[in-house]
Design a binder for this molecule. Structure first.
Ligand code: UD1
Ligand code: CA
Length: 450
């Protein structure tokens, strides 16, 4: 983009229609806050300036913005009196040249190419304003675009729209591009809408027309303009996002037999050639390399799987799980902050936390690393090629040496040296021929009781 571009993200609204205490723009879409999606797209545009408008007491939103866009400037709208008032609050942070692109913090599915087209539409036509229109299947709640020929005449909020406009007109996505040089005059002229005690940014279009300035619209895909005001709309946006990402992964060569059942996070990385079975949930921070397999009903968060790693079915990988090449985690196994080195196996019914499992070590069914003593977390270190018998408890901090063997059912509280065998269970007693007598006794006792 040759011309100077500034982006303003409006995020001061309280989001009362979400019906919970969380600021609307912090609600997660694919495990990433709405505002982070919008800032991500803003970043792609290469804008010279980014301004985020917040309401009072929105410290959490502020830190999220600082995290994803360290160069962002802030404007505080106190108290928030509508979208027009929000942009007024940002004016002092904006240059008086170039284009000012306004994004809403509650419109997370917008993409950079659509925004670039809108900015270009304004620039090439010399319009004071260009607006992104859309035709969603359910237009309820959106403002409408009213045209006079090619000119966009005004934006009409749904409450004020007549039946014809409601039915036939394009909807306002909320995304608008302004000529920076004419923006201040428009914002200063916005009327107070007394019924709502708000200044509507949408009124800027009619004001521009009154001045004889041109206004234009560009139509974009309705999915991108979806605004989130309620939990239902958030779920609808999630569905669209998921579909988009699955499609992109399939195109890239990831193998999914039932992609519609795989739930991704915004930052999920799956390399081409990885195989994802039906019904897998990816939380944030997961990386799956080519050739790894994730079987059905597994749940992964902040985990990495190297080539040839194999997970599930029914596995839970919690934050800090790392599977090196060919490592295997089987059914009903939970891993947390644990590394399985190349070829290591934890195949059944185990909890491995705060641990490292050496190359080709085998952790038997039902093994538990007892990492928590009620006060602190402690580490378990299992050496290369070690064998842990089934139903063992490894009480951390503890180390099982390279090539060591732990007998099934052991409770290991002391370190096991390399190549040693450790058995920590009571010795088995055998009483020859005793079973018939024991049965007799039990039978008699039962008869006496009844
Ligand atoms: C707005 C538009 C509507 C459009 C729709 C698209 C107006 C008057 N209406 O309605 O035409 O179809 O978006 O989704 O603009 N905000 C502030 N300060 C405020 C009020 C809002 O920063 O005082 C922010 C909110 O945080 C939100 C965005 O502006 O990110 C939109 O506000 P919202 O109240 O959701 O507007 P809608 O009623 O959806
Ligand atoms: Ca909205």
């Amino acid at each position: 983009m040759t011309e100077q571009l500034s982006v303003v993200v409006l995020a001061a609204g309280k989001g009362t229609r979400m019906k919970n205490g969380l600021a609307k723009v912090l609600h997660p879409l694919a495990a990433r806050p709405l505002i982070a999606h919008v800032l991500g797209v803003a970043g792609e545009l290469g804008a010279g300036r980014l301004v985020v408008v917040l309401g009072p007491n929105m410290e959490e939103v502020r830190s999220e913005v600082e995290r994803c866009a360290p160069d962002a400037r802030f404007a505080i709208q106190d108290p928030p009196l509508g979208t027009g008032h929000a942009l007024q609050a940002a004016l002092d942070e904006l240059p008086a040249r170039g284009t000012v692109l306004v994004l809403y913090g509650d419109t997370p599915l917008i993409t950079a190419p659509t925004l670039s087209a809108l900015v270009e539409r304004r620039r090439e036509s010399g319009a004071a304003v260009s607006v992104l229109g859309m035709a969603p299947p359910d237009p309820g709640g959106y403002g409408r675009l009213r045209f006079e020929g090619e000119e966009l005449a005004e934006l009409v909020e749904e409450r004020h729209a007549d039946e014809h406009l409601k039915r036939a007109a394009l909807c306002n996505s909320g995304v608008m591009a302004f000529d920076a040089a004419r923006l201040r005059e428009l914002l200063e002229a916005l009327p107070l809408r007394r019924d709502k005690n708000e200044y509507y940014l949408t009124d800027a279009v009619a004001l521009a027309r009154q001045r004889g300035w041109s206004c234009r619209a560009a139509e974009g895909p309705w999915q991108e303009g979806l605004g989130i005001n309620s939990q239902g709309q958030l779920a609808a946006a999630e569905a669209i996002f998921q579909q988009r990402r699955r499609h992109a992964l399939l195109e890239a060569g990831v193998v999914m037999r039932a992609p519609e059942t795989v739930h991704l996070a915004a930052d999920t990385v799956i390399e081409p050639g990885a195989f994802i079975e039906p019904y897998v949930v990816f939380g944030p921070g997961v990386r799956v390399e080519a050739g790894a397999v994730v079987h059905s009903f597994s749940h992964l968060e902040e985990a990495s799987l190297a080539a040839g790693a194999n997970v599930g079915p029914f596995a839970r990988l919690r934050p800090g799980s790392r599977l090196e090449e060919g490592a295997k985690v089987g059914n009903f196994v939970e891993l947390k902050n644990a590394t399985l080195e190349a070829g290591a196996k934890v195949n059944h019914l185990s909890y491995v936390g705060d641990a490292s499992v050496g190359r080709r070590a085998n952790v038997g069914a039902g093994t538990i690393t007892c990492n928590y003593d009620g006060f602190g977390k402690h580490r378990t270190d299992i050496g290369e090629g070690a064998f842990i018998g089934s139903n063992s408890a490894l009480v951390a901090p503890v180390r099982v040496g390279r090539g060591a063997i732990v007998g099934a059912g052991s409770t290991i509280v002391h370190n096991v040296p390399d190549d040693a065998v450790a058995i920590a269970r009571t010795a088995q007693a055998i009483k020859e021929g005793r079973a018939p007598r024991m049965r007799e006794q039990l039978k008699r006792r039962k008869e006496q009781q009844s």
